[in-house]
Design a protein around this ligand. Structure first.
Ligand SMILES: Nc1ncnc2c1ncn2[C@@H]1O[C@H](COP(=O)(O)OP(=O)(O)OP(=O)(O)O)[C@@H](O)[C@H]1O
Ligand SMILES: [Mg+2]
Length: 278
């Protein structure tokens, strides 16, 4: 289970995030990026953050530590922004926290060089979890103390939005042409050789066990939260075995309209209007 902390001070919103995450201090004296259960993206985004964030960590990729974060919306009382007030009010109770990396810079492919081995591991991992949110438009990677860190795994495992078609959806290929690390010659074959054998049902079950019950309860088609956890484990274990054979690494298609699903396009729309993403 993830460690649990209690939020003590809402510091500031992170406006570059579509879900309006906030920087929040907690009773363990840590500072976290808080992802709210009351955000429009829904609790599945948080489930994806936990399963994929802890899986990446267990595979040796750098992801800031995750915690369960208890929120009493009263801590946001002095916050002048109404949107933030509403978000806090809608998010009382359990939320997700990610260790805040102070001074981290957003990944810039022109300013930071990634080797083929590391690029291969990140692209293989993103293919495994079908991450559609690590493109050159929105890399969702940070550079901190000279190292690459992965953040924002909310838009992964698209199949969990429709469990009856999950197996068929998870059997589909992964187009990495627009991946932010595609230009770095990712060595997918050796990444698969190293990482795929580590993605066992046992390892996946530990990642799924990190998801709080209350984010899995009442999932249509399942009679227990452990059954939902089992579904995540099964789909990812099957995908791990062969996904490297189904990754496309073509030319980045800068003008292509987004292939992202509607719920994700909705997430990006406000930023597109603001001219932040194309
Ligand atoms: N652990 C962290 N440490 C430092 N900065 C962070 C951290 N996590 C997120 N950020 C900053 O906050 C921004 C928004 O975070 P994140 O991408 O996780 O939010 P989101 O709402 O899911 O975003 P998106 O709009 O990409 O879907 C990041 O682009 C980054 O600049
Ligand atoms: Mg993001």
């Amino acid at each position: 289970m993830l460690p649990e902390v209690t939020a003590t001070r809402y510091v500031t919103p992170l406006r570059e995030g579509g879900s309006l995450p906030g920087i929040v201090e907690a009773d363990d004296l840590g500072t976290y990026v808080m992802k709210f259960t009351g955000a429009g993206q829904g609790r599945k985004t948080l489930v994806a953050e936990v399963i994929c964030g802890t899986l990446a960590q267990r595979l040796g990729l750098r992801v800031p530590d995750l915690v369960r974060m208890q929120l009493d919306p009263v801590i946001g009382k002095a916050e002048p922004d109404e949107e933030v007030q509403e978000l806090l009010k809608a998010s009382g109770g359990l939320n997700l926290g990610m260790d805040f990396l102070p001074g981290a810079l957003g990944f810039d492919p022109l300013a930071y060089e990634v080797g083929p081995r590391e690029a291969g591991e990140v692209v293989w991992f993103d293919a495994l979890v079908n991450n559609v949110d690590r493109s050159w438009r929105n890399p969702n990677m940070l550079v901190w103390h000279g190292d690459l860190w992965l953040i924002d795994h909310g838009a992964t495992m698209i199949w969990h939005h429709n469990w009856p078609t999950a197996a068929a959806s998870a059997a589909k290929p992964y187009d990495a042409s627009d991946h932010a690390l595609a230009p770095f010659g990712p060595d997918l074959a050796s990444a698969a050789e190293r990482l795929a054998p580590l993605v066992t049902e046992d390892l996946l079950a530990r990642c799924a066990a990190d998801v709080p019950d209350e984010w899995l309860e009442g999932e249509p088609g399942f009679d227990s939260t452990d059954a939902v956890r089992g579904a995540y484990t099964e789909v990812l274990a099957a995908r791990a075995r062969t996904i490297h054979e189904r990754v496309t690494l073509g030319e980045p298609t800068r003008d292509r309209p987004s292939q992202a699903p509607g719920w994700l396009t909705g997430r990006l729309a406000p930023r597109r209007e603001a001219g932040e993403v194309k």
